[in-house]
Design a protein around this ligand. Structure first.
Ligand SMILES: *Cc1c(COP(=O)(O)O)cnc(C)c1O
Length: 462
């Protein structure tokens, strides 16, 4: 029996798939401070124009430039595995497949968009990129990509991770990136936060604010900002994952009944799922599940709203599920899943009834991760363990119902730099956190008075 499905280099997808062309509910535009849709030109100090065009595009297929393909071919196409040992351990009649995005140089799916963004910025004449990073996965992916195309890279890393997880900072430096803890003294916003709360652990929202400020305040015009998730062009770049998986599932003579990915800002989930969302829109029956932590339940517990992407309210208002831009999450180990918002495209697909979001607490996720490591061998990132836990739930359900079914999940990254989380779990030091409805109501207070997506949709129709 085959356990690994490999594509040839020539099988790499040549186009990205843009789900915005197919979402039945349409896509709501970002809004500026005046409550009106943002003019793409207004984003020009933040992003290069070629990426802004992708961000607002509704064209279904977008060609991947030859040189970006060459960068991607360094580790792509990635393997699709059948998790036979895990199936056996669970005694399930279900077939479990996973797409292995941990084989990239940075160890996750993030380089898929990092190399594309770095390349488009370089094309546009940019010399330096600024970004934020939580646990360090995005900062390291972008540092790698900038080294590949010849750009400088500056990373604002959430302070608590900067102190607790130095290894990703070392990776960034090995690739030539510069990494500072956020809040930092390098920006006006960072200094303001430090003055008010000197001991703050920092947050992704604060780090985003600093990175945007650092980009737009460089008067030479040669610095731009880069974001590793949430935005439409990031979801777009990740869709090579799902397109490859479709070919590999075909090689396996199979087709998924269930498609699963963990969701922080939504990009690895969207990357695997959107090509299958397209099949679903065209009538195929597929259960498509984004999985988030119970301590940061954006899709499962927060209504679809307009909110800022960052704490300092520098980004336009985005139509998305959001816990509120001022939300400071629990320090769970899945650092990449602690963002207050969610990709507007993923959020809209939930509103359109195409996805079935799920939240799972961290102990069940670590249990799943350890079972996976002991059966399939690869040690998963704590983020990835959310997808594994959901896949195991589905496989157990199949066993109870005595039903064969095919489950496909995205293995978004390995956990070789997250071993302290495993240590804490295995020595019984981890506990579950669930965000209460009260906490959610409190954290959403900062969004009071923002326009509602419903009103905006009605206004745009009129
Ligand atoms: C960053 C990260 C995530 C979460 O980000 P998404 O944009 O939701 O994919 C998930 N898994 C891994 C391994 C990551 O590095």
């Amino acid at each position: 029996m085959t356990i690994k499905y490999l594509l040839k280099e020539s099988d790499i997808p040549k186009q990205w798939y843009n789900v915005a062309a197919d979402l039945p509910g349409g896509v709501l535009p970002p809004l500026g401070p005046d409550g009106k849709p943002v003019n793409p030109q207004a984003l020009a100090p933040v992003f290069p124009m070629n990426l802004i065009e992708q961000e607002v595009s509704t064209q279904r297929w977008i060609d991947i430039p030859e040189e970006v393909l060459k960068l991607l071919l360094q580790w792509r196409p990635t393997p699709l595995h059948r998790a036979l040992n895990l199936e056996k351990a669970l005694g399930t009649p279900a077939k479990i497949y996973f797409k292995n995005e941990s084989v990239s140089p940075a160890g996750s799916h993030k380089p898929n968009t990092a190399v594309a963004q770095a390349w488009y910025n370089k094309q546009f004449g940019i010399q330096r990129l600024c970004t934020e990073t939580g646990a360090g996965q995005w900062g390291s992916a972008l540092s790698f990509a900038c080294a590949q195309v010849g750009l400088e890279c500056k990373v604002f890393m959430v302070r608590v991770s900067f102190d607790q997880k130095p290894y990703r900072k070392f990776m960034m430096e090995a690739w030539g990136g510069k990494c500072v803890p956020s809040p930092s003294t390098d920006t006006a916003f960072g200094r303001q936060v430090l003055a008010a709360t000197p001991d703050t652990p920092g947050s992704l929202g604060i780090a985003i604010s600093e990175a945007i400020e650092a980009a737009v305040s460089d008067l030479s015009g040669k610095t731009r900002y880069s974001l590793g998730s949430v935005l439409n062009h990031v979801m777009l770049h990740q869709t090579i994952i799902g397109q490859e998986a479709q070919k590999q599932m075909e090689m396996a003579g199979d087709s998924p009944d269930v498609v699963i990915g963990c969701a922080g800002g939504g990009s690895n989930f969207a990357g695997l799922a959107f090509p299958y969302v397209r099949e679903k829109i065209h009538g195929k029956k597929i259960d498509i599940i984004p999985v988030e932590p119970a301590s940061c339940p954006t899709l499962t517990k927060s209504p679809f709203s307009y909110d800022h992407g960052d704490t300092a309210k520098m980004t336009p208002l985005l139509a998305m599920h959001s816990l509120g831009h001022a939300f400071v999450p629990e320090a769970i180990h899945a650092g990449g899943l602690r963002y207050h918002g969610m990709s507007p495209l993923v959020s809209q697909a939930v509103m359109d009834g195409l996805l079935r979001p799920l939240s799972i607490a961290q102990l069940e996720c670590f249990e799943a991760a350890v079972l996976f490591a002991r059966t399939e061998g690869i040690i998963p990132a704590p983020e990835t363990s959310h997808a594994i836990a959901a896949a195991i739930r589905e496989a157990k359900k199949a066993k109870e119902e005595k039903k064969a079914k095919t489950i496909l999940f995205n293995f978004s990254g390995h956990g070789l730099l997250d071993l302290s989380g495993y240590n804490k779990f295995l020595s019984g030091q981890l506990v579950d956190h669930e965000l209460s409805d009260d906490d959610i109501a409190k954290s959403r207070k900062c969004m009071e008075g923002f326009p509602s997506p419903k009103d905006v949709a009605a206004r745009l129709k009129a």
